[in-house]
Ligand binder design. Structure first.
Ligand SMILES: Cc1cc2nc3c(=O)[nH]c(=O)nc-3n(C[C@H](O)[C@H](O)[C@H](O)COP(=O)(O)OP(=O)(O)OC[C@H]3O[C@@H](n4cnc5c(N)ncnc54)[C@H](O)[C@@H]3O)c2cc1C
Length: 413
């Protein structure tokens, strides 16, 4: 299976989901760490770019796995989907970790301009010219395809940090630019996890033998670091309460879509009156360097697809807002509305929210009510994502129960 930017539609996501559903049970549990390379990644779903934009949703994936394999055999797959939920929820409880990352990334990007030796090492890493087998291949694969297998991501991050001794924030920024699934929470917190910052003192050391096994014998890198001392960094702040979520209004409203939720027709009833729909691009805000051409094209196509489906669902032609004057265009769109009520599917912490929140504040100052509405999935799971993953994992059965996702039931929400 090969990902291409023109495949960024819900229909493509569903096709991939249906193709992979028969493998979500024992095959996934036993083989998910093996990355045979190229187009032969049949052991994992490669659904993350679709999930990132919610072209398809977590309940759809989990329900497919449980329906086909039963709750027990599907549990490994369900747990992995819940890692994404955990990271999203954890960052919502610790938003300062995102802002600290942005500060550290910007400092490191500045250092690159001043420190020639750092710049040379950084360039050789991102171009795949370090001479380290596997690492160089993954650097090229990342740029060429916008996707890396989870084990490749872990090994890449570990070698970046402990063998090449490059700053983690620059690696995380590189991933955000290039991954089609580039996600502020999963990406930042996974890099922090490898670095020993997320689970204090616990780092991930990439070893030759594990890389040989997980790359299906393709790579056997020499000269890897044999120690992984935790990276210096501030301790995790105490969790703060989740930002409150709003409810859907009964009066007419305007709908503002972002790359964070592109299948609103699955959960916002068509009986509600939507006066107008706008979809705003924000992939260019993933990094000070923007997003790669592939990632921008994927997100752009996803935004078009999501806006189109929402338009059909609510009977309102969508407006696509993009470009450097997007903020002004958004204010202009709002000025032409009859309603003073704007609904935005909840935007988690990240570059998109950093871009949009000042404009939403301006709209509020101009008398608009802006409601951010969360999906039931996030409402049920996120309260369990304050501390470690295992606390959330324990709650998976009861959360699925609360959401009405049980064996033999096919949820499509
Ligand atoms: C350094 C590093 C950076 C990462 N950056 C991102 C990122 O920007 N965006 C992103 O979506 N994931 C990220 N991940 C997590 C994980 O690697 C990907 O979600 C997974 O590889 C996606 O491939 P898949 O869809 O084939 O996964 P599958 O194995 O088929 O899993 C199904 C779904 O479960 C979720 N999932 C699986 N494993 C993880 C995990 N370890 N953490 C979080 N969610 C998971 C994903 O949404 C995935 O689509 C990162 C991991 C590491 C180690």
């Amino acid at each position: 299976m090969k990902l291409a930017h023109d495949q960024a539609t819900r229909a493509q996501g569903l096709e991939r989901l249906n193709d992979f559903a028969p493998l979500m049970g024992s095959h996934y549990a036993g083989r998910r760490n093996i990355d045979a390379g190229g187009g032969r990644k049949a052991n994992v779903s490669q659904l993350s770019p679709f999930l990132r934009h919610r072209l398809i949703s977590e309940p759809e994936l989990v329900s497919a796995a449980i329906t086909v394999h039963g709750a027990e055999a599907a549990f490994k797959f369900v747990q992995e989907v819940c890692w994404r939920t955990y990271f999203n929820g954890w960052l919502e409880h610790h938003p300062a970790v995102w802002s600290d990352f942005c500060i550290s990334r910007d400092c490191q990007l500045e250092s690159l301009e001043k420190d020639n030796s750092l710049k040379a090492d950084y360039n050789s890493a991102i171009e795949g010219n370090t001479g380290i087998e596997g690492f160089d291949d993954w650097a090229r694969e990342l740029r060429e395809t916008g996707y890396l297998h989870n084990h490749a991501r872990m090994s890449f991050a570990s070698i970046w940090l402990f063998t090449l001794r490059l700053p983690w924030a620059l690696g995380s920024d590189l991933f955000l630019q290039h991954l089609l699934d580039g996600d502020p929470a999963s990406n930042t917190l996974s890099w922090r996890w490898v670095a020993g910052l997320h689970t204090p003192g616990k780092t991930y050391l990439a070893k030759k033998e594990a890389i040989e096994t997980c790359s299906d014998g393709r790579f056997s890198p020499k000269g890897l670091a044999d120690r992984a001392p935790a990276v210096d960094g501030p301790a995790n702040p105490a969790p703060s309460p989740l930002p409150p979520a709003d409810t859907l209004p009964q009066a007419a409203f305007a709908l503002l879509l972002t790359e964070d939720d592109l299948s609103v027709e699955r959960w916002i009833p068509e009986t509600l009156e939507v006066e107008s729909i706008a979809a705003i691009e924000s992939a260019s805000f993933r990094s000070p360097h923007g997003a790669s051409r592939k990632a921008s094209a994927f997100t752009g196509a996803a935004l078009n697809d999501g806006a189109h489906r929402a338009g059909v669902h609510f009977g309102a032609a969508p407006t696509l807002i993009e470009g450097i004057d997007a903020e002004a265009l958004l204010l202009d769109w709002a000025a032409r509305l009859k309603t003073r009520l704007i609904v935005v599917p909840y935007m988690p912490a990240g570059g998109g929210w950093d871009r949009l929140s000042p404009v939403l504040k301006t709209l509020q100052a101009e008398g608009f009510e802006v409601r951010q509405v969360r999906r039931d999935w996030d409402e049920v799971f996120w309260p369990h994502a304050r501390k470690g993953y295992f606390k959330l994992r324990k709650q998976i059965p009861s959360c699925l129960d609360a959401l009405g996702i049980a064996e033999g039931q096919n949820i499509d929400g």
